[in-house]
Design a protein around this ligand. Structure first.
Ligand code: FCB
Length: 447
């Protein structure tokens, strides 16, 4: 049975973070407010009222964090650029101090022998754009294209590959449908134009990046969906959920069309959002890689709530659950990749796992659950590679404990523990484990 040491030669090892979750310094050097600054100020929105105002103070402590990356020996570092640092109102005037921050970061990464892999949008939309409708407004896609142009022109000489968007599914559903994340809208299925406009933004930015000779990826949160039973009702519900969570975000990119959303009560033109030519734009620039963020599979049953055509269920027999309560099913990663090949065949681009990891609640907890999580998921990945899936790299979530959105600082995903009172960073056992794995894989030392 192939395992993690059998991942292909040249496989790229990395870690991932996101701007609002680590940077802090939200009011410094001309950064404009983002939807997350506004949302975290809303009473009751975030557990214990936590905010990203300071987070890991990475904006000031980045040299120390790059040293941690260097200590791990990673090939690549996935981070995100805070759009409101670059364009404080999301349009027009560019803030030189914001550009300078990412310039320094990129140069220091390159000096450390680490390839930067930036994400242009990891959910921190400039508040001024949200005030005009945010992702519900088509114009936001054009503003994103302008921002992508600014970034590509500034960093494209040193940054070979770019991720346009992080998890448009989660941003649409948590941010615009359910109101669990910023901007806190509760539109249910009426939120779906936000998905289309993000995909349009991807398409516009992808062609700008490609024109400059840069590689383009997008990071989707994908999950293998299984029905609770083989009954027609459970199977139909699982199909509807799969269309919403996965296919809504991969079919347009890889096949140039939307999946059938009628079970969700959503018309083909997504409530008038889809205009002629949009799908050609979205699929027009072939992806150089599909970024897959995998955390767990999803079990779906027939509807029980009149507002939803499916019911989300737990997977109680999973061997473990993370602190978040997410079932730990490494085989789900292999399954997901085989399903993607089944659905998209030769249209499936090479895969990079751009997030995968596990949270613990207490800093005192031993780190064995995280090591087991990473080891078993990497074994599953190696099995998928042995079955012919083209997998290029793996970026674990996350380098540091950080601001975990609605959960505040309660979910700790870091290879490195952060004491948020002192900003002391302490590598966990998983940090040493990952470092040793990378070194062993690179030197082709086997088992
Ligand atoms: C993903 C997000 C990432 C992080 C992990 C745990 O959905 O992209 O920012 O919060 O979950």
């Amino acid at each position: 049975m192939p395992d993690r040491y059998d991942l292909p030669p040249g496989f790229r090892w990395g870690v991932a973070t996101a701007a609002y979750q680590i940077e802090g310094a939200v009011g410094e050097d001309g950064r404009g407010p983002s939807v997350w600054d506004t949302f975290t100020a809303r009473p009751g929105a975030i557990r214990d009222g936590h905010t990203g105002a300071v987070a890991c103070d990475h904006y000031h402590r980045w040299p120390e964090d790059i040293a941690l990356l260097q200590g791990l020996g990673v090939d690549g570092y996935r981070f995100s650029i805070a759009w409101p640092r670059i364009q404080p109102t999301g349009a027009g005037t560019v803030n030189p101090a914001g550009l300078a921050f990412y310039d320094r970061l990129v140069d220091a990464l390159l000096d450390a022998g680490i390839t930067p892999l930036p994400t242009l949008f990891h959910w921190d939309l400039p508040q001024a754009l949200e005030d005009n409708g945010g992702w519900l407004d088509r114009d936001t896609a054009h503003r994103f294209a302008d921002y992508a142009t600014v970034m590509a022109d500034r960093l494209g000489d040193r940054v070979p590959a770019w991720i346009t968007l992080n998890e448009p599914f989660v941003h649409t559903v948590f941010g615009y449908a359910l109101g669990i994340h910023a901007p806190g809208r509760t539109l249910m299925f009426d939120a779906l134009p936000a998905a289309h406009h993000q995909l349009l933004a991807h398409g516009l930015a992808a062609s700008i990046l490609h024109d400059r000779g840069l590689d383009v990826l997008i990071s989707n949160n994908l999950t293998p969906v299984g029905p609770a039973s083989p009954s027609p009702a459970d199977t139909a519900a699982a199909k509807a959920y799969d269309a919403l969570h996965n296919r809504l975000f991969t079919d347009p990119l890889l096949l140039g069309r939307y999946p059938d959303l009628t079970a969700l009560g959503v018309p083909d033109d997504i409530f008038g959002a889809v205009r002629p030519g949009d799908l050609d734009l979205i699929a027009g620039t072939p992806l150089d890689g599909l970024g897959v963020n995998y955390y767990n599979p999803t079990r779906i049953g027939a509807p029980t709530d009149p507002a939803l055509p499916f019911t989300l269920l737990d997977i109680p027999e999973a061997p473990a659950h993370t602190a978040f309560g997410w079932p730990v099913v490494p085989e789900g990663l292999r399954q997901l990749l085989l399903d993607l090949r089944q659905s998209y065949g030769s249209s499936l681009p090479p895969i990079t796992i751009t997030e995968n990891g596990c949270s613990v609640t207490e800093e005192t907890a031993p780190d064995h659950p995280r090591i087991t999580f990473l080891a078993t998921h990497l074994d599953a990945l190696a099995q998928a590679a042995a079955e012919g899936i083209d997998i290029r790299g793996y970026y674990t979530w996350s380098l540091l404990d950080n601001f975990e959105w609605a959960e505040g600082y309660h979910q700790r995903f870091g290879l490195v523990h952060v004491d948020f009172a002192t900003q002391q960073r302490t590598p966990r056992a998983s940090y040493a484990w990952y470092r040793d794995l990378i070194a062993a894989h690179r030197s082709c030392r086997v088992k």
